[in-house]
Write a protein that binds this ligand. Structure first.
Ligand SMILES: Cc1ncc(COP(=O)(O)O)c(C=O)c1O
Length: 343
C-alpha cells in the first residue's frame, strides 16, 4: 500500500488495526489506541455503535448499490429530505463520495449557474488564504496550501485570495479588530471593482486543516452580506465544521450567513461509510432546468453517487443526533468549557 501524506521511505510497517469499539482502536498485537482524531474527524458515536452497524446490515440485505443515473433509492431520497429540512435556504442535494468531490461539485454548480443564466463573464472564484477544501485539482486551486500543493501550482486555476483574521498572526500595526475590518474591506473593494467574480468560497465557522482558526464573530455574516450586495454566490464548506463539530448542527445558522451552496461530508454517516453531499438553493437549482438541448443540466456524476448503504447509515446517524439531543449536550458542554477557559 501507499499511505496518504506519508514519506514511505521512513516507514517499514504500519500498526494494523483489527477492530474498534467506542473510542478505542485495537491493533493486531492487542494494544488499545485512543482514536483521538475521531478517524479524521468523522466519527461521531465511537466505533461499533450497534444502531449504525445494524442500519448497514439491514440495508445490505435489500440493496447494496444501484446507479443514480435515471434511478433513485429510498435511503438516498429520505436522507436528501432530511438534509434539506435541517439546512435553511437549501432546496436540492447532490451526492458524492468524499468532501473534495463535494467541493468540486460546489464550484461547478456556482460557475455553471452564471453560465446558465447568461452571465458568462462571471468566472472567477474568490476565497480566503489558508483554506483547505480537499486534495483534488479544483480543491487544491481554491484551498491552496503552498507546502502541500506547490508541486502543481502551474496547473491550478487562478483564484483571488483574501487574508484571514487569525488572532495569533496579526500583521504588525494592526489590532485584532482593525485587521478583521481590513479583511472585510478588502473583499468589498475587490467585489466593487470586479464584476467577473462568480463565487466566494470559504470554510464555515473556522479554517480547520489550516490550523483551527476560529473566525471572529460577525466575520462570516459580513462576507455573506457582501456576497448578496454584489451578486456573488456564497459557497460554504461545512465538511469539517458542520454536524456539531463547532457546536451547531449547521454552522452557517450560527454564523447567520445563509449560503447559495453548502457541502457536508465527514460526520454525515457518523464516520461509518463514505459519503458527501452538496446542497444548493432553489435559485441555483432552477437555473439548471430547461430543455435537454439547452445543455443546462449538470454534467457530473460518480459511480457510487447516492449509495444506499451510506445513505442508510447517514439516516440512522441523523436519527441518533435527534434521539440523544446531541447538539443540546454540546451547547451545555460548550458553556462549561468556556467557563474554565484560560483567557
Ligand atoms: C474543510 C474540509 N473540506 C474538504 C475536505 C476534504 O474532504 P475529503 O478528505 O473527504 O475529501 C476536508 C478534509 O479534511 C476538510 O477539512
Amino acid at each position: 500500500m501507499w499511505h496518504p501524506n506519508t514519506q514511505m521511505k521512513e516507514w517499514d510497517s504500519f500498526d494494523e488495526i483489527v477492530r474498534a469499539k467506542g473510542m478505542w482502536l485495537t491493533d493486531s498485537n492487542g494494544n488499545n489506541l485512543l482514536d483521538g482524531v475521531a478517524s479524521m474527524w468523522c466519527n461521531v458515536w465511537g466505533h461499533s455503535k450497534p444502531e449504525l452497524v445494524n442500519a448497514i446490515t439491514k440495508q445490505s440485505k435489500k440493496l447494496q448499490h444501484s446507479s443514480m443515473f435515471n434511478l433513485t433509492n429510498e435511503p438516498a431520497e429520505k436522507l436528501a429530505e432530511s438534509l434539506v429540512k435541517i439546512s435553511p435556504g437549501m432546496h436540492r442535494v447532490f451526492y458524492s463520495d468524499n468532501g473534495s468531490s463535494a467541493m468540486e461539485i460546489g464550484f461547478k454548480l456556482a460557475l455553471q449557474y452564471w453560465d446558465n443564466i447568461g452571465e458568462k463573464k462571471k468566472t472567477k472564484i474568490m476565497t480566503l488564504e489558508n483554506g483547505y477544501h480537499g486534495d483534488t485539482f479544483g480543491a487544491m486551486a481554491v484551498g491552496y496550501v503552498p507546502e502541500f500543493f506547490g508541486k502543481f501550482k502551474k496547473q491550478l486555476f487562478p483564484t483571488i485570495q483574501i487574508p484571514v483574521p487569525n488572532k495569533y498572526r496579526i500583521p504588525k500595526g494592526y489590532g485584532y479588530s482593525d485587521y478583521q475590518n481590513f479583511c472585510v474591506d478588502k473583499i468589498e473593494d475587490k467585489f466593487s471593482k470586479d464584476d467577473k467574480i462568480a463565487a466566494f468560497v470559504m470554510e464555515s465557522g473556522a479554517q480547520v486543516a489550516g490550523g483551527v482558526i476560529i473566525f471572529p464573530k460577525e466575520f462570516q455574516r459580513k462576507i455573506s452580506k457582501l456576497c448578496k450586495k454584489y451578486n456573488v454566490l456564497l459557497v460554504l464548506d461545512e465538511i469539517a465544521t458542520g454536524f456539531g463539530r463547532l457546536g451547531s448542527m449547521i454552522q452557517y445558522t450560527e454564523q447567520k450567513s445563509i449560503p447559495d451552496i453548502v457541502a457536508y461530508g465527514k460526520m454525515l454517516t457518523g464516520g461509518y461509510l463514505t459519503m458527501a453531499a452538496t446542497l444548493a438553493s432553489k435559485k441555483v437549482y432552477d437555473s439548471f432546468l430547461g430543455e435537454f438541448n439547452d445543455w443546462k443540466h449538470l454534467f457530473h456524476g460518480h459511480t457510487y453517487t447516492g449509495n444506499p448503504l451510506s445513505a442508510a447509515v447517514a439516516n440512522e446517524n441523523l436519527k441518533l443526533y435527534q434521539k440523544n439531543s446531541l447538539i443540546k449536550k454540546f451547547k451545555k458542554h460548550q458553556k462549561f468549557l468556556k467557563s474554565i477557559m484560560i483567557k
